[in-house]
Write a protein that binds this ligand. Sequence first.
Ligand code: PLP
Length: 388
Amino acid sequence: MKRIYLDYAATTPTHPEVIKAMLPYFNDVFGNPSGIYSYGQESKQALAEARDMVAALIGADSEEAVFTSGGTEADNFAIKGMAFANENKGDHVITSSIEHHAVIETCKFLERKGFRITYLPVDEYGFVDPGDVKKAITNKTILISVMHANNEVGTIEPIAEIGKIAKEGGIYFHTDAVQTVGHLRLDVKELGVDLLSMSAHKLYGPKGIGALYIRKGIELVSFVHGGEQERKLRAGTENVPGIVGFGRAAELAQQGMREEAQRLTYLRDKLIKGILERIDNTHLNGHPLRRLPNNVNVSVDFVEGESMLLNLDLEGICASTGSACSSSSLEPSHVLLAMGLSHEQALTSLRLTLGKWTTQEEIEQVLDVLSRVVANLRGMSPFLKSNR
Ligand code: PLP
């Protein structure tokens, strides 16, 4: 059975060109970039070129990009690094209630260390109101962290507006742009951010490599101590093949980005329309327009997201839901709850995220299969029967 992959927001396949670029750095050019012999210097040169490409993707200077092990580490580094570097100035951090766990859990850690965190609410589409950011600022606020686009519902946040507010208040501003870098044109200066998190495996690069943009002049506390790599900000021998792969992925992402976004938007809207028209009692989660070009998130009344996933998987379709399995029960997505969905509604969500290799035929096939799967599950649902 040919599988249909619609979980590109979780991870993307590594682009063949990226693999090709990485391969020599496993054996031919394997030197430690800290080595002064030519092998080491060749690796060092490759790191520099990759850094240029990653920085260029977000309109930054090369020395403003620090490589990390991925988006999670970049978020941890930004938030803890800024909090501990500025604890003599204040103890208050503002974030949103729909952030990725990498941000939410980092903020909870800071709370345990005595910091105060404001988790801003969102509206029914998942938007953070810049006015709420302004109101939440106190003379103890040291950092604002709001994601560029939400990974579950695709809502694109008003980052440039929040950036202006942060600047006016003299407060540092971090954004988790893991879902947008390489997919939407973005420029750190236009966004007005001081720190920005990226992850290679969301843009057809390898897993386990990411970067944090740190605006020139910003000082933050490092939490990986050891050697002097990454300007002493992130110790440890660099993941040279990973970084080279990230660089190549960044370069490829620049080529035809707008056309790809248009193609995906067309397929996304076709899929949304098809679901809402062909399957009754379905609702779109997130904003119809101000959303990631590849994100479809729907609630399908009376059907548990997990059941849909398992049934779609049997048909070779890979999808996702926002809920997380814990040992005894299903936890609904914190994002959907924050958007005002009930516990039950939040458990009926299905996320389908499209990518480079998604075709129109696949979308049509998914619509057929999903209609059938939902009809079968609803036919079996005691919940639905009791509601009729
Ligand atoms: N932030 C967002 C918005 C994400 O979607 C993800 C990955 O799902 C992460 C952070 C974590 O990135 P990584 O998997 O590279 O640690």
